[in-house]
Ligand binder design. Structure first.
Ligand SMILES: Nc1nc2c(ncn2[C@@H]2O[C@H](COP(=O)(O)OP(=O)(O)OP(=O)(O)O)[C@@H](O)[C@H]2O)c(=O)[nH]1
Ligand SMILES: [Mg+2]
Ligand SMILES: [Zn+2]
Length: 303
């Protein structure tokens, strides 16, 4: 009988993958005819995939892929197909910088929708609060009102790092956000042993330079994993119908229960609880407008 070993994919380099098998990291190849568990649509190995390997260590080869508990997918501008960023992630820490690069709440909204859609719990992390919070003060409360967990952090001063560390223990947590916000810096602060490359060039231009170029899964000391990912500028959706979007804006979904029509679109109907709440100032006008814009975009790309 062939020996079978279980592992988890921690990095993908074209025809080779790095796999964590117990305490050992191995770089191995995979069979051309991989056995994919039923339900896996995107048949490319990604970080977080649970796999079976055959052979005798260290000459192992990946032969099968287990079902994916969760898949976080995105579509880049100009790409027809969506691609899976990571599999089997439990939660995502969406990182924005307080100041540089300038925070982008619209992009944050997209990440949040993608997490909801993938049933991955989101945590919003504002890093670089050592540079002040003037750039987020006007809108960050909207997310706390909506019920999102918010963490203020600074990889530089270690503020919030203890909190973040407790949050990731024992789970698989993906760190995502634009380039240059300090995802790798935060992970290095959580565990200096990672020695992840951080952008060392002057931040004078405020532009990210994509220091991290591939996603990698890193075992945490103790238990759990974190995923460091390259920064993204855009986050496109794939299989999301315009009518599904509301469910992914929790505060709008809650308020919509009070609309006169069950299928209220919240843009013209009378007795619309959502528009009333925006007018009364109890629902964020900015989140509402972000919702309408995203829904328009989904309607334009549908079909
Ligand atoms: N002032 C300040 N600078 C920080 C902080 N965290 C990170 N930086 C700096 O921000 C720059 C970018 O940090 P990275 O960790 O490389 O950012 P990243 O999000 O991993 O970027 P990509 O890998 O390109 O996606 C580096 O020069 C860090 O030193 C912080 O809390 N405060
Ligand atoms: Mg990085
Ligand atoms: Zn309505």
């Amino acid at each position: 009988m062939t020996e079978r070993t279980a592992g988890v994919v921690t990095a993908v380099f074209g025809p080779l993958v790095r796999v964590q098998v117990g305490e050992t990291a191995l770089v191995v190849s995979f069979r051309r005819t991989l056995r994919w568990a039923e339900g896996i649509v995107d048949r490319r190995l990604v970080v977080g995939d649970r796999v079976a390997l055959e052979g005798k260590p260290p000459d192992l080869v990946v032969t099968a892929v287990e079902p994916r508990r969760t898949t976080l997918t995105r579509r880049s501008p100009g790409e027809r197909r969506s691609r899976v960023i990571a599999a089997n992630v439990d939660q995502a820490v969406i990182v924005m910088a307080a100041a540089s690069p300038e925070p982008n709440p619209r992009l944050l909204d997209r990440f949040l929708v993608a997490c909801h859609h993938a049933a991955i719990e989101p945590v919003i992390c504002i890093n670089k609060v050592d540079q002040g919070t003037a750039g987020i003060d006007a809108w960050i409360g909207d997310y706390q009102d909506a019920g999102y967990e918010l963490l203020l952090a600074s990889a530089r001063t270690s503020r919030g790092v203890g909190c973040l560390t407790r949050r990731v223990v024992g789970r698989t947590t993906l760190f995502c956000g634009p380039s240059g916000v300090g995802k790798s810096a935060l992970l290095n602060a959580i565990h200096p042993g990672y020695r992840l490359r951080e952008n060392s060039i002057s931040e004078a231009t405020g532009k990210g330079r994509h220091t991290t170029t591939t996603a990698q899964l890193l075992p945490l000391p103790g238990s759990g994993f974190v995923v460091d990912t390259p920064g993204v500028r855009e986050f496109g959706f794939w299989d999301l119908a315009p009518s599904e979007l509301q469910a992914h804006f929790p505060e709008i979904a809650r308020t919509a229960a009070g609309c006169a029509f069950a299928d209220c679109t919240h843009d013209h109907e009378a007795e619309c609880a959502v528009r009333n709440a925006v007018q009364a100032g109890t629902l964020s006008a900015r989140r509402y407008s972000s919702f309408l814009k995203l829904r328009q975009e989904l309607a334009a790309t549908a079909g």
